[in-house]
Write a protein that binds this ligand. Structure first.
Ligand SMILES: C[S@@+](CC[C@H](N)C(=O)[O-])C[C@H]1O[C@@H](n2cnc3c(N)ncnc32)[C@H](O)[C@@H]1O
Length: 219
């Protein structure tokens, strides 16, 4: 199945609210646990989260790694507004900063020590822009953890995944999940992107039927 693009930003307020209300506990905590498992030596430093959405992953990571500070970047104003509220309630405003901007426009005063991103790449029309930003915004030796959806073989297979994992979710979330699966990349696509960007030290893995994960250190 060919890739079918979906809108880059999730900037419809209703869409952002539905996303923020959804239960991503297993996926998001799993992402944070994996970061700690992959990089047990990483205890302190500046972590950049590209496409942070409502900041659930930054909050979970900040709780797990109390000596880290995190910058989340998202181009959607309603996502950032929700994220700022949740960070305040969590009492983490001194360690998590959010920026409402497209990652393609992000400039940091100093390069980050780690870059993380979950479920962003499939939104981006040109995926090389994402990997370019990872290289530009993180320092040499920085750790990287990127996870996203895996494109199924057909639209029927995509629908079957939505039915299996999101049967009880609101219609707007089911629609977005389906569209995201169609917009996502295959393992071969991502491997080719990494090779093209000279990021071959980053390794790709497919942990389940709907995700790929890339991890490693930048040269
Ligand atoms: C599916 S959500 C994932 C949110 C979060 N990472 C999570 O795992 O809960 C994707 C987010 O990426 C944001 N996004 C898409 N393209 C972007 C871009 N070019 N720059 C910054 N954010 C972007 C969207 O607005 C949306 O909030």
């Amino acid at each position: 199945m060919e890739r079918v693009l979906e809108p880059e930003l999730m900037d419809d307020p209703e869409q952002a609210r539905a996303y923020a209300r959804a239960d991503f506990e297993e996926e998001n905590q799993g992402f944070v646990d994996r970061f700690v498992e992959f990089y047990p030596e990483f205890k302190a430093g500046h972590v950049l989260d590209l496409g942070c959405g409502p900041a659930d992953i930054p909050i979970r990571l900040a709780r797990k790694l109390p000596e880290c500070r995190i910058t989340g970047v998202d181009g959607s104003p309603p996502m950032i507004a929700i994220g700022l509220d949740v960070i305040c309630v969590a009492g983490l405003a001194d360690r998590i900063a959010l920026r409402c901007e497209r990652f393609q426009d992000t400039v940091l005063p100093e390069r980050a020590d780690a870059v993380i991103s979950n479920s962003l790449l499939h939104h981006v029309p040109n995926p090389l822009q994402f990997w370019y930003a990872v290289k530009k915004l993180a320092q040499p030796g920085a750790v990287v953890l990127v996870m996203d959806l895996l494109r199924p073989e057909s639209s029927e297979a995509a629908q079957a995944i939505v039915d299996k994992y999101a049967a009880d979710e609101p219609a707007i979330l089911r629609r977005d999940f389906y569209n995201s699966l169609l917009a996502s990349f295959t393992e071969d696509d991502v491997a080719a992107q990494l090779a093209e960007m000279n990021l071959s030290r980053l390794l790709i893995d497919v942990p389940d039927d709907r995700h790929w994960i890339v991890g490693g250190r930048l040269t």
